[in-house]
Design a protein around this ligand. Structure first.
Ligand SMILES: C[S@@+](CC[C@H](N)C(=O)[O-])C[C@H]1O[C@@H](n2cnc3c(N)ncnc32)[C@H](O)[C@@H]1O
Length: 262
């Protein structure tokens, strides 16, 4: 993505915001008009403006050219699989201490939502090695990473991780597959001593099985968390929680590799 600073350039990603329900993640292309029911916008008009600028549509409606956050990149990924949501990803990034320079192993790339967030956290000196068994999903993830200008920080292995994992000394691992248990011994071998990992499980019986596999497979500090967030609709005199909320995405079982005498 060009325009990583404060000004918008040809090729920059922009979050075009009208209101909370009407906002779009767009790549700036001087030859393109973006049409909405509030009129169209010549995207070339954004070039050279600082992020945060106002832009008017052909119907004289005001839009704001905002700088996309990692949350926006995740929520606008093209999806062919279930994705991890920012509420879970945020916690994972903290618990796994993903920072610039981290070398991360991911099993189950899917659409690449978690991969985008992890790459954002570890760039410019870190790297994500992510495994995806299905070619069509590996291709979607690649497109999502390219759109976010993060592909250079990621290697996508289009392979079944239960057959083995390349490399060693990983600082952390993220697992999001339905059947992680045959892969856990490979992950143990690939991680550095003490390194944290997480396995994301939609169902509680998977949590029990993962806890057993981690405890017996050379990991300590095994614990499971679930995360909820509730949106607050703030409006003077009538502020209250939103009526609807996401009730369940998945459970996160965390652990850290211990070194056993073989
Ligand atoms: C739920 S999706 C992962 C979604 C991803 N965390 C995201 O945020 O977009 C699970 C993915 O794991 C892949 N998968 C399942 N078993 C696998 C294995 N043994 N090796 C590699 N990929 C696997 C599936 O094909 C699927 O695309």
């Amino acid at each position: 993505m060009s325009g990583n600073g404060t000004s918008i350039a040809e090729g920059s990603l922009v979050l075009l915001h009208f209101d909370l329900r009407r906002q779009w993640l767009l790549r700036v292309d001087r030859s393109r008009q973006f049409h909405t029911h509030k009129g169209y916008i010549n995207l070339g008009d954004l070039i050279g403006k600082p992020y945060g600028s106002q832009v008017k549509s052909s119907l004289d409606q005001i839009f704001w050219a905002l700088k996309p956050t990692t949350h926006d990149l995740i929520m606008h990924t093209a999806r062919r699989t279930q994705i991890m949501y920012p509420k879970d990803i945020g916690l994972i990034i903290l618990k796994l201490a993903l920072t610039a320079g981290s070398k991360v192993l991911e099993i189950g790339t899917g659409s690449g939502a978690m991969t985008v967030a992890a790459a954002m956290a570890v760039k410019p000196t870190g790297h994500i090695h992510t495994y995806e068994a299905r070619k069509e999903f590996a291709e979607i993830a690649e497109r999502n990473l390219k759109r976010a200008s993060l592909l250079e920080f990621v290697t996508i292995h289009n392979a079944d991780a239960s057959a083995g994992i390349d490399g060693a000394g990983f600082d952390a691992a993220v697992i999001d597959v339905g059947d992680p248990w045959p892969i856990i011994p490979h992950i143990h071998k690939a991680l550095a001593g003490g390194a944290p990992l997480v396995s994301f499980s939609p169902t509680i019986n998977q949590v029990e099985k993962t806890t057993e596999a981690f405890t017996q497979g050379g990991f300590a500090n095994v614990h499971t968390l679930e995360c909820f967030i509730r949106e607050i609709r703030a409006d003077t005199g009538k502020t209250r929680p939103a009526t609807m909320m996401v009730g369940h995405t998945g459970y996160m079982t965390f652990a850290q590799k211990i070194l056993r005498s073989e």
